[in-house]
Design a binder for this molecule. Structure first.
Ligand code: F6R
Length: 252
């Protein structure tokens, strides 16, 4: 696992965009996270597209997750969010941006279909991840099986609370999602996990330096062959081995 510490969230976004840009000539299948953390990276990639530096033609994208009960049209569905934050501003065909169907009658079937669609596409080349304050990735909450596949999960009350900021006052915040499993995420060839801000510092420390444990789902990335964790100084605040990470980054 590689840990890169950047000055602030803007520098995290540039670093992440640099790595993604290296993959672009291969027309990669991208794994996209929603939430607030990757938004700056998406903006950086949009700028590079607009300046003619990169093109996403031929790329495909798979989202990590989708809320249960929100139709595609809902403004807070991840289907809409990723289009608003990223894909409508670049040259990726809309039908090549996939997400689980959280409004399906048969959610188990929708989850299995999504898992199969990722596999049929040849898997994810570069997976972008955020991390929850409780260590979740996708919506694999603490206690999730480390080899889980795409399925319906109940969100943790903390996650529901963290996500409430995106919903109008009085509006019900979803309590379930269809999420890629930890086993699904682990199949991605390259993983980039981004974390910014002091609130994420305990989760980052548990992910990188704690035991591999379902209690911190992101810690499964310690088993991944090519995972890069890019954090700002605030999110790096609780790392014990920080001197080594800085040394290793300077001596890559
Ligand atoms: C979103 C997702 C979540 C978020 C995590 C962090 O698709 O899968 O795991 O990445 O909840 O969210 P932010 O970035 O809003 O702090």
């Amino acid at each position: 696992m590689e840990l890169l510490i950047e000055k602030d969230s803007a520098a995290v976004a540039v670093r992440a965009a640099d790595i993604i840009t290296e993959f672009i000539p291969e027309q990669p299948t991208l794994g996209l996270a929603t939430g607030s953390t990757p938004v700056e990276t998406y903006r950086e990639l949009i700028q590079r597209y607009e300046s003619g530096e990169i093109s996403f033609a031929g790329c495909r994208a798979f989202l990590l997750d989708e809320y249960v009960g929100l139709p595609h049209e809902h403004v807070q569905s991840y289907y809409q969010t990723i289009r608003r934050d990223f894909t409508r501003a670049i040259d990726i065909a809309d039908e090549d941006v996939h997400s689980p169907n959280g409004a399906a009658d048969d959610l188990a079937r929708a989850a299995a279909d999504y898992e199969a669609a990722i596999e049929e596409a040849g898997g994810v080349d570069v997976q972008i991840l955020g991390i929850g304050t409780n260590g979740h990735i996708g919506f694999n909450e603490p206690g999730s099986s480390l080899s889980s596949l795409t399925r319906k999960k109940a969100l943790h009350p903390q996650t529901v609370q963290d996500n409430a900021r995106f919903f109008a006052e009085g509006e019900e915040v979803p309590r379930q999602a269809i999420t890629q499993g930890l086993g699904t995420i682990m199949r991605a060839r390259r993983i980039l996990l981004l974390a910014t801000g002091a609130k994420k510092a305990p989760a980052v420390a548990a992910l990188a330096e704690g035991p591999v444990s379902a209690f911190c789902p992101a810690s499964v990335l310690q088993w991944h062959r090519y995972a890069t964790i890019i954090v700002d100084e605030a999110a790096a605040g609780e790392l014990k081995n920080i001197e080594y990470y800085r040394f290793a980054a300077a001596n890559r």
